[in-house]
Design a protein. Structure first.
Length: 377
């Protein structure tokens, strides 16, 4: 079952496997591909205002798209009709997988457990290195989608012994209503909710979402606006504000910084970022420095040298952060979690696999009794 959900398959294979495995209930409807499909105006958007009888402004993210009927938002997932703004991706999951939670990455949140992961098409960024560009940079008409109601997501997660649900892969902010309804229902049934995001969301939506989130990993893509403008078409100040709100609302928070050679690998800037994290979010906020691999529009660059990642980690530790990891290099010692008190390995990892845990359900180190921050049970 898990191998079926863990890999991408064609629509034909999906129907065949669903029939053979007796889980055809997972598929309630499959949308047509880009050729000739119709947009469904079924779910009214949560955050918008009317400017006049013909114009609407979306207030979900800092772009605040101003749209007339027939125009599509920057994220490709919202459109006005008859004086209202609608989400075009509600219930249309273009990716459904069961992942190890370490893949998100979350290292201090139910380590070693599976997490039910979903996404829809679209994104409010234009990252030139996006690894999921084939779904994030296309409208819902151009992706193969499964019609999956929030109730079905929760049921599938519980049946597959997933203690949590992740809103991930693309940018979950753009399927905000879908995510929020699912998260509310998941909470009611004892499941936890995890949000992997670029952090580009306005304060009110973040505040509302925080009521139902247990964990989040936010991509802090760089620590200067020029990178956000040139490489991502995004806004650094909004991301920093989102991080603060999540922390204030006691959502377990981890940060990923993908280090891209020549673009955001300046060590002085990395030091500034680490000091900001310590001052504003706390020294116990896990920071993941992740290795870049050439893809999408940045195939001309080279993979991040290991020495740059190791130096970035050293700087973060020098700045006083307790938990600093190196990602995308399986087997590196910086994949492990070390107790800040006795310095022994309390969670040993290789890639996305947990090999050994020396920490109890209260987060106590089994060697010295030190309490590590996180969500452990």
């Amino acid at each position: 079952m898990r191998s079926f959900l863990n890999k991408r398959i064609t629509r034909k294979e999906f129907f065949k496997k669903s029939f053979l495995l007796g889980i055809s209930s997972l598929v309630l409807k499959v949308t047509e591909a880009f050729s000739g499909s119709k947009v469904n105006f079924k779910k009214e958007a949560s955050y918008y205002k009317k400017i006049d009888t013909h114009t609407i402004q979306c207030e979900l993210c800092p772009r605040r798209c101003i749209l007339a009927e027939g125009q599509r938002s920057f994220c490709r997932a919202r459109e006005p009709k008859e004086g209202k703004l609608y989400s075009l991706v509600y219930g249309l999951a273009c990716a459904v997988h069961i992942d190890p939670i370490e893949k998100k990455p979350l290292f201090h949140f139910l380590p070693g457990t599976p997490i039910y992961s979903i996404a829809t098409a679209g994104c409010n960024f234009r990252c030139k290195y996006c690894q999921n560009w084939s779904i994030s940079q296309y409208p819902p008409e151009a992706t193969s989608n499964i019609y999956l109601k929030p109730e079905e997501i929760v049921r599938q997660a519980k049946e597959r012994d997933c203690p949590s649900i992740a809103y991930t892969y693309t940018e979950p902010s753009i399927f905000y209503e879908y995510m929020l309804d699912t998260a509310r229902l998941a909470k009611r049934y004892g499941l936890k909710n995890m949000y992997h995001s670029n952090g580009s969301l306005n304060p009110k939506p973040v505040e509302e979402l925080s009521l139902y989130l247990d964990g989040a990993n936010i991509d802090l893509k760089a620590f200067n606006q020029k990178f956000y403008t040139d490489i991502c078409s995004g806004y650094l100040d909004t991301v920093l504000n989102t991080l603060k709100i999540l922390k204030q609302n006691k959502v377990w928070l981890e940060i990923t910084n993908l280090v891209i050679p020549t673009l955001n690998d300046d060590l002085k800037e990395i030091r500034q970022m680490c000091l900001w994290i310590k001052e504003n979010l706390g020294k116990d906020t896990p920071l993941h420095f992740s290795r870049f691999w050439p893809q999408y529009k940045l195939t001309y660059l080279y993979p991040t040298p290991l020495e740059i990642l190791e130096r970035a980690r050293d700087i973060a530790l020098e700045c006083g952060l307790d938990f600093v990891y190196i990602g995308n290099i399986p087997g590196h010692p910086a994949e492990n979690t070390y107790c800040p008190n006795c310095r022994r390995i309390v969670i040993e990892r290789r890639g996305f696999s947990v090999l050994n845990k020396q920490i109890d359900e209260k987060g106590l180190c089994k060697f010295c009794g030190y309490g590590l921050p996180g969500v452990w049970a």
